[in-house]
Design a protein around this ligand. Sequence first.
Ligand SMILES: Nc1ncnc2c1ncn2[C@@H]1O[C@H](COP(=O)(O)OP(=O)(O)O)[C@@H](O)[C@H]1O
Ligand SMILES: [Mg+2]
Length: 168
Amino acid sequence: MTHSEKIRLSPDNRYSVVTRGVVETESLGRRLAALLRDNPSLPRYVALFGGLGAGKTSFVRGFVSELSTARVKSPTFVLVQEYPASPAPVFHFDMYRIEGEDDLYSVGYYDYLIKDGFILVEWSERIPWALPGERIEVAIKNDDVSSPDSRQISISLQKEDGYENTRT
Ligand SMILES: Nc1ncnc2c1ncn2[C@@H]1O[C@H](COP(=O)(O)OP(=O)(O)O)[C@@H](O)[C@H]1O
Ligand SMILES: [Mg+2]
């Protein structure tokens, strides 16, 4: 069954699915956490893309629930939340209010990058210059007005020298 099976990346390093309801999006987050935990060679940096109400925080809630008993809060006003987790803590950022490099330094973003932990970043579209070359991308789209509880979710593995990497 699609919403309980393990995530298996396609040969071009993608996994795409439509979720119907928040529970399925949380489940997908949980399964991504299991994939990253069980495959230490995969990046532990997850860049989430998608507008307000897309389901980013719901996805993160599922992810964290696989590794931790901590409860996920929306970090919009705190910018970063830390969840004790096994095998490594989860650092959850929300970049909605980030205007530039100075803001990233003041939240200690670059210090987190060198810590041993999983990093989940909401509103990654705000910091394209600061995303590591190797990362997991999770793009959530809710543009189907005819089914308000459906989300098109695409997970992809981005590699340092990937042709899609357009960092300057
Ligand atoms: N398939 C779905 N996946 C995730 N959330 C959904 C889905 N369908 C409806 N929703 C609703 O959309 C909202 C998503 O909120 P949230 O996860 O906080 O989004 P974001 O962090 O992207 O702003 C919640 O109210 C949730 O109940
Ligand atoms: Mg959110």
